[in-house]
Design a protein around this ligand. Structure first.
Ligand SMILES: [Cu+2]
Length: 418
């Protein structure tokens, strides 16, 4: 190895090391980054549960809940047609083992529509030790992933090695965590190695790249073998490298065709989940407007509720994107979802509404969730919020009513850059 070769290799190593140690440990996953309308006008997540929250590697965590694709879905987005419900976690730190949507096994995505309610259950297995924020999310084709409320799950190391056996259609059982792993790594490395040889051949000792001043003096189609730029020997070695790449391709194809004679394209199983109704008709709601005070993070909304059922009804809950606000005590709030995403809801007057009666109500919510998750549009061309109000009648039946309201901020902060 020449002195210059050594210097080049050393600087490559130093740059690689600096890149690796320069990356801080990823913590949040940008859940507040989406525009407010993308969260509150699109979906609402209810009754989410993530449990248990302390496990060892290899143990299961079950995520359950419901998500409604709102009727207020913005017209600026593609109409939702295909979606997939997924666990949203920071990287491949869990493995997805089971998933059902409205009681049906959901291998991949399924067909959805505006107004649809999707009840999900996912079982994930802890793979990497650490503290992870585990959300359910719905990935909608053309829009992206919209996330629900999260719970912190701490995964401790386990003395027993992680296993994920899967039985194939052929009856053979494989270990999914390591299946084909070393072949994929070494075969890719071989191709990478070939590329490296080519790169070092031209950059370390040849004058083509390192002596650009010389190269630029020569016409484009002149190899300049007399200057040692591209010699017949170089042509020979490049043919060897190209030949090795061709041999690798042929060997790869032959190996795949003979070792795995039965191959099948990756399968999709799009299904239409069974319809889940919003509940028996009991309330008609008209929202006349809302205000938001950024200083105290207080949302106030005026609604007129008409009871169209035959027993008194109560307004119990308001759900907006991943947050739920509950008209009830600590116990009812704890039952409404992951605690960081649940807050109290004040209803004034907080009285049952009799059959046939109409009542003007003021809903007030003070919560830091609005700021943390950026749920309220403060400077958007369309100042709207949407959410789902849950009513309950005397017999405990519930109805979910989607409500859209304009929202006006009560203070304006100067903004110089978008
Ligand atoms: Cu999170």
């Amino acid at each position: 190895m020449t002195k210059r070769t050594g210097q080049v290799l050393l600087s490559f190593a130093l740059v690689g090391w600096a890149v690796v140690i320069g990356v801080p440990r990823a913590f949040a996953h940008g859940e507040a980054a989406d525009e407010p309308f993308l969260k509150n006008m699109t979906t609402a997540f209810f009754d989410v549960s993530v449990s248990p929250t302390e496990i060892q590697v290899g143990d299961p965590v079950t995520i359950t809940g419901r998500v409604k694709i709102l009727e207020t879905w913005p017209h600026t987005l593609y109409t939702p047609e295909i979606a997939s419900i997924i666990p949203v976690v920071p990287g491949p730190v869990f493995m997805l083992k089971e998933r059902t949507v409205n009681g049906e096994a959901s291998i991949g995505s399924f067909l959805v529509e505006k107004g649809g309610i999707y009840e999900f259950r996912m079982v994930i297995i802890g793979k990497e030790p650490g503290d992870w924020h585990v959300h359910p999310g719905i990935a909608i084709h053309g829009t992206g992933t919209l996330i629900g409320p999260a719970e912190w799950v701490s995964v401790a190391p386990s003395p027993t090695p992680l296993e994920f056996p899967v039985t194939l259609l052929s009856g053979e059982t494989i270990e999914l965590g390591s299946y084909g792993g070393s072949f994929v790594v070494w075969w890719s490395f071989l191709g990478f190695g070939l590329g490296l040889v080519w790169m070092f051949y031209w950059t370390l000792n040849k004058r083509t790249v390192t002596n650009l001043a010389v190269t630029l003096q020569i016409p484009p189609n002149d190899d300049a073998p007399d200057l040692g730029l591209i010699t017949p020997r170089d042509h020979m070695w490049m043919n060897v490298i190209a030949g090795a790449a061709l041999i690798m391709l042929v060997v790869g194809w032959t190996y795949a065709a003979t070792s795995y004679p039965v191959r099948w394209p990756q399968q999709t199983d799009w299904f239409t989940p069974a319809f889940i109704p919003s509940g028996p008709k009991m309330a008609e709601v008209w929202a006349s407007g809302a205000t938001f005070d950024e200083g105290t993070e207080t949302l106030e909304m005026d609604v007129r509720v008409t009871n169209v059922a035959d027993s008194p009804i109560r307004l119990k809950k308001y759900t907006m994107a991943m947050a739920s606000f509950v008209n009830g005590g600590e116990q009812e709030q704890a039952a409404a979802g992951p605690r960081d995403f649940v807050g109290p809801l004040d209803v004034d007057p907080n009285m049952p509404i009799g059959p046939g009666e109409s009542q003007d109500l003021k809903l007030s919510i003070s919560s830091t969730i609005f700021g943390v998750e950026r749920l309220i549009p403060l400077s958007a061309p369309q100042q709207y919020i949407a959410g789902v109000i849950q009513f309950e009648n005397a017999t405990g039946e519930q109805e979910l009513v989607t409500v859209r309201s304009s929202v006006i901020p009560t203070r304006f902060t100067p903004q110089y850059l978008p």
